[in-house]
Design a protein around this ligand. Structure first.
Ligand SMILES: Nc1ncnc2[nH]cnc12
Ligand SMILES: [Zn+2]
Length: 336
């Protein structure tokens, strides 16, 4: 019953690395299609590697698997796979992260990546009614000049992007490094988000808000270590895109029952639930909601987080109203 309710719950996914939805089966079929070898014998051996000690141990595998993505069709197939799944899980709007600098290092131009992903999003809209768009992420452990050049390379097609983000290895790469790049993204009319406070300190959350002018924080769970940061998030109504199963799998949090989400939610921080890299972390969005239901979050609380996901999205106001109305109807059915 709860699972049906959670599937039916209208929701947005705001923290999804599309490359993190690459399932092992698709990775091997794309490798074969492109005449490439993966450094794993088969799907089972790859799955056995899904044991992570921390963010970096995951990123090493994630970047290795990304090498199979080469053509526009690969990116379209990848995103279509995700969108089919998202449709079954009741996702009505999705904002997809992608890492163009990593693809460029594999010889794939940013336009190929974007064209493939946009083609899937168009199909997702016509087939499933899912709205959404792309958020180009800068890899924070690559040089800032590379981020700046990547941004300039898409400056002529910012209409094809919702915004920019900041991801990859966090500790030692403070957000302030990217101040000028984010300022330029703002001039180009792009929305801004950044991963902060996943493994890095709560101070990175403040820096992202004050120096990068972000509109949302991705993860942000270490905010609970500072009352001042919690107060800022509540006061300035900065939403967090929390990824509970990811945090457990990357050992940022010991177990779900000890996840800072409860403290954040009870303090009045605008929290949303997301999957991050669903192929790697044992679950898509509904699996995250469902796992929370299993550690005493009520259906009403989960519906509030879904409502937050719609409000915190970069969807048009008309689309937000439409989705909030759908959520009102869901509440009548499931909450009475
Ligand atoms: N959880 C995560 N944190 C930082 N960078 C990422 N890239 C993909 N997943 C990520
Ligand atoms: Zn992420």
């Amino acid at each position: 019953m709860t699972l049906d309710a959670l599937r039916a719950l209208p929701k947005a996914e705001l923290h999804l690395h599309i490359e993190g939805s690459l399932e092992p089966e698709l990775a091997f079929s794309l490798a074969a299609r492109n005449g490439l070898e993966l450094p794993f014998a088969d799907v089972d051996e790859l799955r056995e590697r899904y044991e992570f000690a921390d963010l970096q141990s995951f990123l090493d595998l994630y970047y290795a698997c990304m090498t199979v993505l080469r053509t526009e069709a690969d990116f379209r197939d990848l995103a279509l796979n995700y969108l089919e799944r998202a449709h079954r899980d009741g996702i009505r709007h999705v904002e997809m992260f992608f890492d163009p600098q990593v693809h460029a290092a594999n010889g794939v131009p940013v336009d190929v990546v974007m064209d493939g992903l946009l083609s899937a999003l168009e199909a997702g809209l016509t087939r499933f009614g899912i709205t959404g768009g792309l958020i180009l992420c800068f890899v924070r452990d690559l040089p800032v000049a590379s981020a700046a050049a990547t941004l300039e390379s898409v400056a002529h097609r910012t209409g094809d992007l919702l915004g920019v983000g900041l991801d990859s290895a966090e500790v030692g790469y403070p957000p302030s490094l990217f101040e000028a790049v984010f300022a330029r993204a703002g001039e180009l009319g792009l929305h801004r988000v950044a991963h902060a406070g996943e493994e890095g300190p709560a101070e990175y959350i403040v820096e992202s808000c004050e120096r990068l002018n972000v509109e949302r924080i991705d993860h942000g769970i270490r905010a609970v270590e500072s009352q001042a940061v919690m107060d800022m998030l509540v006061r300035d109504r900065i939403p967090l895109t929390v990824c509970p199963l990811s945090n457990v799998r990357l050992r940022a949090v010991e177990h779900l029952g000890a996840h800072p989400l409860r403290q954040l939610f009870d303090a009045g921080v605008i929290v949303t639930i997301n999957s991050d890299d669903p192929a790697y972390f044992g679950g898509y969005v509904v699996d995250n909601y469902s796992a929370l239901a299993g550690v005493d979050y009520t259906l009403r609380e989960l519906a509030t987080m879904a409502r937050n996901s719609i409000a915190a999205s970069f969807a048009s106001e008309a689309r937000k109203t439409e989705l909030q109305d759908m959520l009102d109807r869901w509440e009548e059915v499931y909450l009475g």
